[in-house]
Write a protein that binds this ligand. Structure first.
Ligand SMILES: Cc1cc2nc3c(=O)[nH]c(=O)nc-3n(C[C@H](O)[C@H](O)[C@H](O)COP(=O)(O)OP(=O)(O)OC[C@H]3O[C@@H](n4cnc5c(N)ncnc54)[C@H](O)[C@@H]3O)c2cc1C
Length: 493
């Protein structure tokens, strides 16, 4: 029988971080990874003009991000920044279907966005028991209160600017929790121009590769005896004294018997099942278009944001305000369409001409749009064409041999997180009423020798690479303490 002191399920950043710490202390471990590659939701595509990150792109919270600090320390004195660290923190260039870049008074709209975010904060700060509503609903509430003091442009476009949150959480504003929707960055965000996977390969190079088993799909975890028994899809078994389970929340949430679910013997306790039932899962996606040449003129801007068209209800709201009519504003939720309309959703684009000196745009998509395009990648250009053509119309200044209507990418790359059975989407997200804290409490408590790590098991850096990394180290450290190998306080809730 194949027995190890610690079995780590998943070779994403949390599993690898745990492995690295155990390895440093010469503890016997094995990592079981379902895919034929390591890194999980860190995945860099190296088939294009420059490395493209299909999963994580930025180091977030760079004031309090220990993984980032470690990278910076290693770079101190190095001849070259191997990661290509880059702060893309210029103000983005905003445009919409009816408003070209530079036509909006963005500063005045941003002031309203700031006020709106403060309004949301105050709503929940003043009454912590206030029931959580969607971002869309709270925007409507705010407009009812303040709308008469705003300009038409502010009423129509501030809500569209706020929708940038959809590209953080990967879900639409009509289903996003407003209580947990705001993002409070602790420090600026820094891109890895040379690919985030360098962080993964650095860790892997410090490990004995024989301890990393790829294409090992865990199907059953039996913890009924002191030695945990782990079954793999091809029928083999492994036993271990400890297990660190880092599989994504989306897979833990599958019901027993559902395709891809892990069978737990005995079943997961109700406290964990209930907390899993009270969390949601985002669908952030990425599409990269490469072109023959960088036809867009704005080479000094590192991000473009295509704003969705003003919401029809907010347009009626503005009409009613103007005519002083009373309008019973409904917060009607559109049914997701099979084929979304361009301009229904916000799209963030990284200008890789500015960032990496290659004629390519990296587009971020959210929710149902991601799912649709990941399932139908051949339609990615059809969807983005009107948006990118609009950018082209405003970019091709003066005589140009290029015709905006005929611009076409030479290559397209589309992520596949929603259809990948080992991620089923992007990362943890909150719908109204969800409780992210309870899940973190329950999973970080674990079940004796069954420990959980991953972006969904930690509050600092929740959803992000550094949070996942810290959670892996937390669990490895907890095991080292329990085994008497190091001294310290167990870290859990
Ligand atoms: C599109 C996108 C953009 C993102 N952008 C950013 C960003 O800019 N900055 C940032 O900090 N974070 C970002 N993130 C989030 C970040 O990538 C994740 O939080 C982090 O990588 C998660 O690490 P993890 O170890 O918790 O999970 P994972 O990386 O998912 O690792 C879990 C591993 O478990 C494996 N597994 C699953 N099921 C099984 C099974 N049955 N048996 C064995 N193995 C299994 C999986 O294959 C996977 O390798 C992004 C994520 C996505 C998808």
């Amino acid at each position: 029988m194949n027995h190890h002191k610690v079995a780590i399920v998943g070779a994403g950043i949390s599993g690898l971080a745990a492995a690295q710490l155990l390895s440093e202390k010469n503890v016997d471990f094995i990592v079981l990874e379902a895919r034929d590659r390591v890194g999980g939701r860190i995945q860099t595509c190296r088939e294009g003009l420059t490395p493209y990150d299909l999963g994580a792109s930025w180091a977030h919270d760079t004031l309090t991000n220990p993984l980032f600090d470690k990278i910076l320390n290693e770079l101190d004195g190095a001849e070259k920044d191997r990661y290509g660290l880059y702060y893309d923190d210029q103000r983005p260039l905003y445009f919409g279907s009816k408003v070209g870049p530079y036509y909006l008074d963005i500063h005045k709209i941003e002031q309203v966005v700031k006020e709106l975010e403060k309004y949301i904060e105050l709503e929940y700060f003043e009454d912590i028991d206030k029931s959580d509503v969607s971002l869309y609903e709270i925007v409507v509430q705010y407009l009812k209160k303040q709308g008469r003091m705003l300009t038409e442009e502010q009423v129509l476009y501030a809500p569209q600017l706020v929708r940038h949150l959809e590209l953080w959480h990967g879900i639409g504003w009509k289903e996003m929790s407003s209580k947990f929707g705001l993002v409070d960055n602790v420090g600026r965000n820094c891109l890895f121009k040379e690919g985030y996977d360098k962080v993964v390969t650095d860790i892997v190079s410090s490990l004995d590769e024989n301890r990393l088993i790829k294409e090992a799909i865990v199907t059953k975890i039996d913890r009924s005896k002191p030695s945990i028994r782990i079954e793999l899809s091809e029928g083999s078994e492994i036993t271990a004294d400890w297990i660190i389970c880092t599989i994504p929340q989306s897979i833990l949430q599958l019901k027993s018997g559902e395709k891809g679910a892990i069978e737990w013997v005995p079943p997961l306790p109700n406290r964990i099942k209930e907390s899993l039932g009270n969390m949601s899962w985002g669908k952030l996606g990425k599409i990269i278009f490469e072109f023959d040449e960088p036809w867009w003129g704005h080479h000094n801007v590192d991000r473009f944001v295509a704003l969705a068209d003003p919401d029809p209800y907010l347009v009626s709201f503005w009409e009613a305000l103007k005519s002083k009519a009373t309008l019973n504003l409904s917060t009607h939720i559109n049914q997701p369409k099979a084929l979304p309309d361009s301009w229904d959703f916000p799209v963030l684009m990284l200008n890789l001409q500015k960032i990496a000196d290659v004629p390519a745009l990296l587009c971020f998509t959210q929710g149902d749009l991601t799912e649709y395009l990941e399932r139908n990648p051949e339609q990615a250009w059809d969807y983005m064409r009107p948006i990118i053509t609009k950018l082209a119309h405003h970019s091709l200044e003066g005589p140009s041999s290029l015709d905006a209507e005929n611009i076409k990418p030479t290559k397209t790359f589309v992520s596949n997180w929603t259809i990948d059975p080992f991620s089923r989407g992007s990362y943890a997200a909150c719908k109204p009423g969800n409780d992210p804290t309870d899940l973190v409490i329950q999973l970080s408590r674990g079940m004796n020798n069954v420990r959980f790590a991953g972006e969904h098991t930690i509050l600092d850096g929740a959803g992000a690479v550094h949070g996942a990394w810290m959670s892996g180290r937390r669990e490895a450290r907890n095991i080292l303490i329990k085994e008497g190998i190091i001294e310290g306080e167990i870290e859990e809730w």
